[in-house]
Design a protein around this ligand. Structure first.
Ligand code: MIC
Ligand code: SF4
Length: 643
């Protein structure tokens, strides 16, 4: 039996376990990346491990999220990351160099290699044929120290692409179509691999748009073959030597297959508040809009920007619309400036932002009250934009530009002939904003600088023998990490200050939660399906831990979040019968007798509702390694005990 592309890479990097879907496997990681909002924690954890130098082939720290410096906190964190990376052998991408995934794609990603990043959109690198996965900061710290990265061996889903895209239809429309087909849970436990004749009609940045939003499918990662198109991209980045050919074997077996006819695709939009709530733009056309934001790690490549510039050239953004544009990297930004396209954007009235995540993570540019915002980003979760009642739609750069000009939701295909954008055969390469670390023998010459905003990381405890507490919070389906631990201007500066961060935990759903949890000493959370989808932020586990959360019971969990819960000693359990969810209410007194013993070895436990006498069977779907980690009170204790 042949192998898929992902299986080939996994086989080459397998440290332990069997390549059987559903079983835990350990992988050797070649490269890591961090960004600043998760990086501070990752490096604090790396330091706590006491390892002098990273053991990966390449590790890069990016500054791209917390670039709105409204106080000293972010700048202090940047300085910390800059100095700690310099000491320990990690490259540092300075603020201004661009969004981690875009820069990594341009300068460092390699087909056939493994990458984990403390950011859920690390699968962007799948566009070049790399196995890129999002992970918690602690897992990234472990990988930097040469440790194994554990995942559940995924199933393989194939998406066959046929035909080619029509004018004004973009890669965003392809992934929105896949989201429409599979939904935000459709990729859970799977790797999505793209194949078929249509692949060669897509450039690497277009492929990266598609793999980037594989995160929104819940997939472990997404990947494209590495072919002549990949080679040309690497050549344009002056790194042809990094190219290898990669494709799946003829007789590779997939668990499910889908076909997307590129020629039949029309412009699509994900409607509030979920990336899989997809409709045709034609259905929405005419709706009044207030804001358009173009950029983010999904759609900020040079081709995206040049397309938008060509559409805006000589026009003026509609007076009722505010348009922001954030190019993805310094490379993109400089090339836009040098060819004059930047002037076309400025002239049209676009508000040009720095090359960073910006509005995508709620760092500025929040829409007006109940505002309709069209964004080329990848997430439209409730309140993520910073305006609680905003209506955010995810669209392609083409739809975004067309709508910004007309002032209402506009299907770009109605605008006549699309402008032809010529891509240069060579990109402008200047890595002057990538700082190299000092040599190992000089590491003592670097003093790591820590600001007062960096507070100790909470450490978990071994599970209670019998767990008796309150059901402190009950939430519904598809709870995102933006619900659990919101981001945005007011919160992000405290990513290295868990006590302060705890004041915002779950406030999107229940503004009294932090106070209540503190008063009652924590308890257990009950969730619906796909609990913890979205970001890799381990703060969504760390902060509940700080607030005394001992376990989360849900109908099902998202991959990265469940790993983060275990890393911090919070026990994840699923309801054997999802209908039992209705037998529990917030505030009920609950009990799990023999809790610690169940964590140690049982696959089931009984949850008793002492308030109404009902019971529910819980499943503990844990590997032996995860059980030991939970018994130790999390990964940090577990690693210390192992020393
Ligand atoms: C996001 O898009 O939600 C983020 C911000 O990039 C997160 C990381 C974070 O919360 O810092 C992610 O996707 O992992
Ligand atoms: Fe940054 Fe947005 Fe991409 Fe997250 S999704 S890495 S916030 S641009």
């Amino acid at each position: 039996m042949g192998y898929t592309i992902a299986q080939k890479i996994i086989k080459e990097h397998l440290v332990c376990g069997e390549m059987v879907a559903g079983k835990e496997i350990g992988l050797k990681i070649d490269q890591t990346l961090t960004q600043d909002a998760t990086g501070t924690m990752a490096y604090l954890q790396f330091e706590a491990m006491g390892i002098d130098r990273v053991k990966t082939e390449l590790s890069v720290a990016y500054i791209d999220h917390n670039t709105l410096q409204a106080g000293f906190e972010n700048a202090d964190d940047h300085r910390y990351i800059q100095t700690v990376t310099k000491k320990h052998g990690i490259r540092f991408s300075r603020p201004g160099n661009g969004i981690c995934h875009q820069v990594h794609l341009e300068r460092f990603s390699k087909p056939g290699k493994t990458l984990i990043g403390s950011d859920s959109h690390t699968p962007t690198a799948g566009g070049i044929g790399m196995l890129g996965m999002g992970a918690g900061g602690l897992d990234v710290a472990v990988a930097m120290g040469g440790g194994t990265y554990y995942i559940t061996m995924p199933k393989m889903i194939k998406v066959n692409l046929v035909g080619s895209l029509s004018d004004y239809v973009g890669a965003k429309d392809v992934i929105l179509e896949v989201l429409r087909l599979l939904g935000v849970k459709g990729g859970v436990g799977a790797i999505v691999e793209y194949g078929g004749e249509g692949v060669k009609t897509l450039s690497v940045p277009q492929r990266a748009t598609i793999t980037n939003m594989g995160a929104e499918l819940g997939a472990t990662t997404s990947i494209f073959p590495s072919d002549e198109v990949t080679k040309a991209f690497l050549k344009a980045e002056n790194r042809e030597e990094d190219w290898i050919e990669l494709s799946s074997d003829e007789d590779a077996v997939f668990d499910a297959e889908y076909t997307v006819d590129l020629s039949a695709l029309k412009p699509l939009a994900a409607c509030p508040h979920s990336p899989d709530n997809v409709k045709a733009v034609a259905e929405l056309s005419g709706m009044k809009i207030n804001q358009v934001c173009i950029g983010s790690c999904t759609n900020s490549s040079l081709a995206d920007m040049l397309t938008v510039a060509a559409m805006l050239k000589g026009k003026t953004v509609h007076p009722d619309v505010s348009l922001s544009i954030s190019p993805g990297s310094k490379q993109v930004y400089t090339m836009l400036a040098e060819c004059g396209a930047l002037a076309d954007l400025i002239n049209a009235g676009a508000r040009i932002l720095e090359c960073a995540c910006g509005p995508c993570i709620g760092m500025g540019f929040s829409p007006q009250s109940a505002g309709v915002s069209l964004r080329t980003f990848n997430r439209n979760f409730l309140a993520r934009s910073g305006t609680a009642d905003a209506q955010v739609y995810l669209v392609s750069p083409e739809t975004a530009a067309a709508s910004a000009i007309v002032g209402v939701f506009t299907d770009p295909t109605t605008l006549g002939k699309a402008p032809k954008v010529e891509m240069p055969s060579v990109f402008k390469i200047n890595d002057n904003l990538i700082e190299m670390p000092v040599a190992a023998e000089d590491m003592d010459s670097v003093t790591v600088q820590r600001g007062p905003n960096i507070k100790p990381i909470p450490v978990g405890k071994a599970p209670d023998d019998n767990l008796a507490c309150e059901l402190i919070l009950k939430v519904g389906d598809d709870i995102t990490t933006d619900h659990i631990m919101p981001a945005g201007t007011k919160v992000l500066p405290y990513r290295s200050n868990v006590p302060k961060l705890s004041e915002f935990c779950f406030t999107v759903c229940d503004k009294d939660f932090p106070e209540r949890a503190k008063k009652k000493g924590g308890g257990v959370i009950l969730g619906g399906v796909n609990y913890g989808q979205g970001s890799s932020r381990e703060h969504a586990a760390l902060v509940p831990l700080y607030l005394g959360i001992k376990a989360v019971v849900a109908k099902s969990f998202a991959r990265i979040h469940v790993a983060n819960l275990i890393n911090f000693g919070i026990v994840p359990m699923t309801l054997a019968n999802p209908d039992d969810y209705d037998n529990f209410a917030e505030g009920d007194q609950i009990e799990i007798a023999g809790f610690a013993a169940a964590v140690a070895g049982a696959t089931e436990a009984t949850l008793v509702n002492k308030t109404n006498g009902k019971t529910a069977k819980l499943c503990l779907n844990l590997s032996a390694r995860q059980r030991e980690m939970l018994l130790a009170g999390g990964c940090l204790n577990y690693t210390k005990n192992a020393k």
